[in-house]
Each structure stands twice: as structure tokens, then as C-alpha cells.
Design a protein around this ligand. Sequence first.
Ligand code: AMP
Length: 192
Amino acid sequence: MVRLSRTHGGSGLGLRVIGTRRKNRARLNNVATRIYLSLGSNLGDRAAKIASGIAALGAAGIRVLRQSSLYETEPVDFFTQNWFLNNVVEAETQLLPQRLLQELQRIELTLGSLKQIRRGPRRLDMDILFYGNSVIRTPELDVPHPRLADRRFVLVPLAELVPGLAHPVLHRTVAELLAGTKDTSRVRLAEE
Ligand code: AMP
């Protein structure tokens, strides 16, 4: 059972509650939903991996509208890792959330993500930050992303795109979350 809920306002349009019987055939929403994705890489040619990930989104049914700058970011969970390159993409899609996650995981695998260590080194990581105003809590998928308010590497590029976007659970804007986060890890604009 996938549970979806909506709050008022914003761009979470046209979501339906999906029951288990409909799960396998319900792959598409009837209208496009605005989404925000976080991309990160800390192995190999990091900028090329992120660019390839963004390039692959269109063929998966995810229309990229804007992307933030690239940021050099200090690893938060494993301090011995290389620094990451991160950015955030604003897009719209008719894919339903579970299907969207599957498509992102397929792209990660195609581009050679190393997933052996949770939160460890990876060539490409793609997370769903927001799916319209939807609040989704399932074993496979948590949206809004549960750790976004604790991660400057997400909040800084997200605030570049949508500082005024309101978090549907925390009821704070992205700029307010960035100003209030306890995370002190370093995030700086990547040199061209
Ligand atoms: P990670 O290896 O840290 O990228 O974690 C990937 C796992 O997080 C996957 O198994 C997903 O099912 C799960 N997950 C839960 N919520 C999200 C989300 N909002 N975006 C991406 N992955 C998610």
C-alpha cells in the first residue's frame, strides 16, 4: 500500500491514493508534478557522472526545468571519503513516486553506482527531495527526504533554486531550514 497525502497549495497536483490492487498498473499520474532531486558523486569524474545522470532523466520521463550550480561538499557521514560534488535539479514528471524512485535507481546502476556501503562512496547518488507537496512514508520511500533539513549539501543548492519553497511537514521554507540547520559541514561553489 502506498500512502500519499497532500497539503494545500504548491505544485503537488492531481495525486491519487493508490491501493495495493492498483499498484502494478498505476505508473503514471494524469498531470505532471513538480519535483526536486538531489544528485551527488564522489568517485571518478564527478561532474561527468552528474551531467550523465541529468542527461538520462529525459528518457526516463523526467523533464528537467532548471539545475543549481555544482557545489564541492564535505562528506557528512564518512569522513575519510573524497569530497562530493552535489547539485539539485528542478523537474516535472508524470511518473508516480515509486516508479520515479525505480527510474532513478536504474539510472544510478546504469552509470555505475557503488552501493555496497550505505552512505559510502558512490559514483552517482540520486535522491527525491520533494514530490509536489506530497508526504510519502513507505519502507522504500520517504518524501520529503527525511534528512534534507540536516544536510547543507542539499539545502545550499536547493536554496539557490527555491528559497521560498515550503516544506509540507516542517512548515519552514528552504531558506529558513538552511538558516536553522545544525549541520556545519563545508559547502562551496565548485570552480568551473
Ligand atoms: P542511499 O544508498 O543512501 O542512496 O539510500 C537508498 C535507499 O533509500 C533506497 O533503498 C531507497 O528505497 C531509500 N529511500 C527512501 N527515501 C528515499 C528518497 N526520498 N529518495 C531516494 N531514496 C530513498
